[in-house]
Design a protein around this ligand. Structure first.
Ligand code: COA
Ligand code: ZN
Length: 324
């Protein structure tokens, strides 16, 4: 059972999604062995969950066509939950066969994004939820529902809180569904909206059932996390290096960056359980694997108290100043 409070410090759970949401839209294919090594290194960082990969169509997401091998060959760290994204029954069957601890089934709160991303209507996706829930329950595997576009859709525009909460109710009434992620697929969420929707969710269901998933597309990711914490949430998805984005959502860009979120929250007195130094070391590997720099400000700037050397001639500057 997850504890919300750890001594005096408020506990925050970080779920790493970088090897799934992060790598899914990268043009350069990351070799299977490198993916396995990344997951193994992330497993040593104190993260509570790692979304390892996605069991989706290899034509839709070629970057993750090696899902079975990765899921089967990682070294599992006791205490870490290894999840996988699935879009339909076939994905769920594949993920269960590959021994995923948890399925993260995706559908969208907006009909247009659901059609673009999954080639199904929302009604068809919801029918699949019941079928996936049944096999997950039989297999003793947890089932989380990731609802995309909860804070707006890049094609349909506003998505009302009532629409989102209605989908949440339908998921929570489905036997076998253990949790819900409210996803801000293209960084349209803003703090007061996040606060209100989190409060509305928590007035009906417990915080243990809720995850929030933000993208930093418009620079509001960390502010949205703080707003959600203020409203009572404690579990967040994030991506090391700040990479990520749905290839079927126009304008999508990176997730909130795990090391940035951990750095900020630890300074503020929260306990994420994450070893920031170890996580940063993994994030530093990314540019060499994906062929470009990562958005992470912490990879660029280092931690707050990583000090810089004195400028050249500093002793002279100081001596002259002291003589004045
Ligand atoms: N894994 C692997 N293959 C799958 C699959 C899955 N989960 N689901 C379907 N397929 C295969 C089918 O077997 C079929 O193969 P065939 O042509 O060799 O017979 C083919 O894909 C087409 O099947 P169909 O059911 O018509 O799928 P589709 O083409 O309508 O695509 C999805 C539907 C859901 C499989 C696809 O849109 C998808 O994988 N989307 C995920 C997108 C994503 O990951 N976005 C980012 C994360 S939010
Ligand atoms: Zn995402």
């Amino acid at each position: 059972m997850t504890q919300l409070w750890n001594g005096d410090k408020r506990r925050i759970e970080m779920q790493e999604v970088g090897t799934r949401d992060g790598l899914q839209s990268e043009a350069q294919f990351v070799a299977t062995d490198d993916k396995i090594a990344l997951v193994n290194a992330l497993s040593q960082c104190g993260l509570s969950r790692i979304e390892v990969t996605a069991f989706v169509s290899p034509l839709a997401i070629p970057a993750l066509k090696d899902a079975e091998i990765v899921m089967n060959e990682i070294t599992r760290q006791p205490g870490v939950i290894y999840s996988a994204l699935v879009p339909n029954l076939m994905g769920a069957q594949r993920a269960i066969a590959a021994r995923a601890d948890e399925l993260n089934m995706v559908m969208s709160a907006a009909e247009t994004h659901n059609l673009c991303n999954l080639r199904m209507t929302q009604a068809q996706s919801f029918n699949a939820v019941a079928a996936v829930a049944a096999i997950a329950k039989d297999a003793g595997v947890a089932l989380n529902l990731s609802l995309s576009c909860c804070f707006g859709c890049p094609m349909d525009g506003e998505v009302s809180a009532a629409t989102v909460l209605d989908w949440c109710r339908r998921f929570m009434e489905t036997p076998g569904v253990t949790g819900i992620s409210l996803c801000d697929t293209t960084g349209m969420a803003y703090p007061t909206q996040v606060h209100a929707l989190t409060r509305a969710f928590l007035s009906q269901w417990p915080a243990s059932a809720l995850t929030l998933h933000f993208h930093n597309t418009r620079g509001m990711g960390l502010a949205n996390i703080l707003a959600a914490i203020d409203a009572g949430a404690y579990r967040f998805d994030a991506s090391f290096g700040g990479i990520g984005g749905c290839p079927y959502a126009p304008g999508a860009s990176g997730n909130v960056c795990t090391e940035e979120v951990v750095h900020a929250l630890e300074l503020m007195g929260y306990d994420s359980g994450v070893d920031l130094k170890a996580l940063l070391a993994v994030a530093h590997r990314l540019p060499g694997l994906i062929g470009h720099e990562v958005p992470s400000q912490l990879v660029k700037a280092g931690q707050r108290l990583d000090l810089h050397p004195l400028p050249a001639g500093f002793d002279d500057i100081k001596a002259r100043a002291l003589c004045r």
